[in-house]
Every structure is written in structure tokens, then in C-alpha cells.
Design a protein around this ligand. Structure first.
Ligand code: NAG
Ligand code: NAG
Ligand code: NAG
Length: 405
């Protein structure tokens, strides 16, 4: 600064602009933008300034335009400054520009014009829609026109994953590719893959997202409405299926054959409903479904418990809310009175047998039940039947225990 002011003060002492070099600055501009190139001298006695391009062609000599290029305009031409403007800059405009001060000898200073190539929006290729499970696919994200080379990042949903990078120079700019190769499985179905392009010329990254669709063979499961299906209850099996495309229809069968054609059994889509369970319903139920990739099935072994219901009704009589039952459960539908009579007879017999068994079981734990055991033993008409029933229904005896607690 001291030197500058003294130069101004001692104009006469200073022999013109001899010894001075013009001052310039490097310029960076985004492709398509406008570059202002400024050249200054601190002291000048009307010596001309000149800008020339990297090809050494003169652009402006003082305020005189030398090159016929409509993109290049004069901004300011004074004895101390020559500023020009280059519009619609292209990558080929990049290079060393020279500002010359025509003293004797000529003094020159160079300024580098950097032109940034803007990357194109990323494109994702290699998507097969839909992909089949176990297919190996390669997703490639491509962006071209960047200078310097853009950075590509991949995200699986929101989690970053590493791709394989490849950079190729095309002319003065770069084509950048990044590939992801993987074997797809059903967990990739519906997953979003995002390619993000970052570059110095972009204020926020460019992003492209593709959602993967994966087709896979069905997988079936059977859900049931009751943990302990009891005679007379409403019972529902649902064939729960996953698969893409959704496997449909669902086919039901029982013990390897067709479902019995009875009113109590209703098939509606993936649901099999038995309105009133009967001992004759026990067996292996199977549902089967397929899509174009395969077939799957699931099985449910139904054992209809008759005794548990009786125990709860006759022996323990817990409040209805404590009974194991589905809220949707429908109670036994009133069969005719003769039938009820028969059932009651059977029920009473089984109950008596069970009282013996349960009495024995409970007697080991609680003394108060000894009376029941004695009474039951007396009333038992047939010891063998009692034992057979006892063994057959051991499970229910344990179930019963739960209701006592
Ligand atoms: C201008 O750019 C050129 C080429 O990139 C470099 O060599 C030089 O140091 C830069 N000058 C300044 C002042 O930054
Ligand atoms: C169960 O089915 C059999 C034969 O279909 C029938 O005789 C019996 O009464 C049914 N039992 C109940 C509890 O509905
Ligand atoms: C088809 C089937 O599983 N039937 C069974 C029903 O339950 C009785 C016992 O109560 C078995 O003996 C059957 O085999």
C-alpha cells in the first residue's frame, strides 16, 4: 500500500509503468455461466492493456475488440483496468489467459480460467422389473459431463452401500459410473435404491431412486382361532401366505383328500371356518397355494377336545370370560333334545371317570380333594374304562389344574 500511494504521488519520478506487472486473478466458472476477467495496473501512463486467450488470440486491446466472438464483451477499459466478460462459457474456454501491458519490454501476467462441467442427472440401469429371487443383478448409476469427475454414492433405503466406481474421460469432461452387484432375495422386495451425485458445481446432490420389485415363491402358514379346540365351538383356520405375486387361490384339503361337504365347514378365500366343532372334524388340514415361481403348503392337525369343555361346564364352572374361547366364538348351536339327552348321558359317564382320575391327581396335592376321590371311586362303574380314559385325557387333567390356580 505504501508502494501504491508513493507511485501515485511520484508520478513524474516514476518512469511510466516500466517495471510493473499487471495483476490478475484466477477465475472459476460453471459451464454455461459468465466469467469476468480483470486485469489491473496500479500506475499507468496510457500504456495499453490487452487480454488474449489460451490460443494466444487477442480478445481485447484496450477498448477495441479484436476477436469476433459475440460471447466476449467489454466491461471496463481504463488506463488502469481492463475487464472483459465471457458469457456462456464452455469447457473449451478453459485455460491460461494472458494480460499484457505494452511497455517496453511487454509485461505479462497469466490467469487461469477453470470451467466446471455440470454432471447430468444420474440414471440407474440394470433394473429388471421384477427381478426373481436369487437372480444376480447389477445396478449401474451413470452421470456424464462432470469436470472434475463427480462422486457417486449409493443408498439402500437410507443406509449407504459401497459400489464399484469407474471413471472415463469423454472429451474434457468425465463419465462416472458406479455399480452394485448382488443376489436379490425377498427382503429386497420394495427396497429403494438411491444413487446420489455430488459435485462442486451442485448446491445439493442430484438423486435418482428406483424401487426393486422381487418375485418369490410362496410361503404359507396356518393361523388358528382356538388354542384348544373344543367340541361345539366355532373354529377358524387362516392360511397366511406371503409371496410375490401374492399366491392365490388357496386350496384346502383334509387328510389328503377333499374337504367333507358339510354345512358346518365353510371355505372363504384363505379362511376355513367350522361353525360347530365335532369330534369327527379332527384330522390334518392342509392349505396349498402357488404363484408362477412355485407351490407351498402348510398343515394343521386338528384334535377336537370334547372333555375339556365338559370339565369346565360341569366340574369347575368358571365364569364364561375365563373360559378359553375366541371372542367371536359361537356357542353350541341348539341340537334337538334327544341329542342333548344322549350327549348328557355320555358326558356324565366321562365326568365320573374323570373325577376319579382328577381326584387322585389332586389328592396328592390337596387333602380336601380326598373326599371326591373316594366318592368317584365308589361310583366308577368300570375301572378299566376309567384308566383308559384317564390316560387318554391326561392332558386335560393338567389343563384343568390351571383353572384351579
Ligand atoms: C492460478 O491457476 C494456476 C493453474 O491452475 C496455478 O498454477 C496458479 O498458482 C494459480 N494462481 C493463483 C494466484 O491462484
Ligand atoms: C358330530 O357328528 C356326528 C356325525 O356327523 C353326529 O352324529 C354328532 O351328533 C355330532 N356331535 C355334535 C356334538 O354335534
Ligand atoms: C383322522 C383322525 O385323525 N382321526 C382321529 C380322531 O380322533 C380319534 C381319537 O379321538 C383318533 O382315533 C382318530 O384317528
Amino acid at each position: 500500500l505504501i508502494w501504491v500511494s508513493s507511485a501515485h504521488c511520484d508520478e513524474r519520478l516514476f518512469q511510466g509503468s516500466q517495471g510493473q506487472f499487471p495483476i490478475t486473478q484466477n477465475v472459476t466458472v460453471v459451464e454455461g455461466g459468465t466469467a469476468n476477467m480483470t486485469c489491473r495496473v496500479d500506475y499507468n501512463d496510457n500504456t495499453s492493456l490487452q487480454w488474449s486467450n489460451p490460443a494466444q488470440q487477442t480478445l481485447f486491446f484496450g477498448d477495441k475488440k479484436a476477436l469476433r466472438d459475440h460471447r466476449i464483451e467489454l466491461v471496463r477499459a481504463t488506463s488502469q483496468e481492463l475487464t472483459i466478460r465471457i458469457g456462456d462459457v464452455s469447457l473449451s474456454d478453459e485455460g491460461l489467459y494472458t494480460c499484457s501491458l505494452f511497455t517496453m519490454p511487454v509485461k505479462t501476467t497469466k490467469a487461469f480460467l477453470t470451467v466446471l462441467g455440470v454432471p447430468t442427472r444420474p440414471e440407474i440401469t440394470g433394473f429388471t422389473k421384477p427381478a426373481m429371487e436369487r437372480d444376480v443383478i447389477t445396478l449401474t448409476c451413470t452421470t456424464s459431463g462432470s469436470k472434475p469427475a463427480a462422486i457417486i454414492r449409493w443408498f439402500r433405503n437410507d443406509k449407504e452401500v459401497q459400489g464399484t466406481k469407474e471413471v472415463n474421460a469423454t472429451g474434457k469432461s468425465f463419465t462416472v459410473r458406479s455399480s452394485l452387484q448382488f443376489q436379490v432375495d425377498r427382503r429386497d422386495d420394495g427396497v429403494a435404491y438411491t444413487c446420489s451425485v455430488e459435485h462442486v458445481s451442485l448446491s445439493s446432490p442430484y438423486m435418482t431412486t428406483e424401487v426393486l420389485e422381487v418375485h418369490y415363491a410362496p410361503h404359507l402358514d396356518i393361523a388358528h382361532s382356538q388354542i384348544i379346540p373344543q367340541e361345539g365351538q366355532y373354529f377358524k383356520l387362516e392360511c397366511v401366505s406371503i409371496g410375490n405375486p401374492i399366491p392365490e387361490p388357496v386350496l384346502w384339503s383334509k387328510d389328503g383328500g377333499e374337504l367333507p361337504d358339510i354345512e358346518r365347514m365353510i371355505v372363504e378365500g384363505r379362511e376355513l371356518t367350522i361353525t360347530t366343532l365335532n369330534k369327527t372334524d379332527n384330522g390334518t388340514y392342509r392349505c396349498e397355494a402357488s404363484n408362477h415361481l412355485g407351490t407351498s403348503s402348510a398343515e394343521y392337525v386338528l384334535f377336537v377336545y370334547a372333555v375339556l369343555n365338559i370339565l369346565l361346564t360341569f366340574d369347575v364352572s368358571p365364569p364364561p370370560s375365563r373360559r378359553i374361547s375366541d371372542p367371536n366364538a359361537v356357542g353350541p348351536h341348539g341340537p334337538d333334545h334327544a341329542l342333548i339327552g344322549g350327549v348328557v348321558a355320555v358326558v356324565v359317564f366321562i365326568t365320573l371317570c374323570l373325577i376319579i382320575v382328577l381326584g387322585r391327581y389332586l389328592a396328592r396335592h390337596k387333602g380336601t380333594y380326598l373326599t371326591h376321590e373316594a366318592k368317584g371311586a365308589e361310583d366308577a362303574p368300570d375301572a378299566d374304562t376309567a384308566i383308559i380314559n384317564a390316560e387318554g385325557n391326561h392332558v386335560h387333567a393338567e389343563e384343568k389344574k390351571e383353572y384351579f390356580i
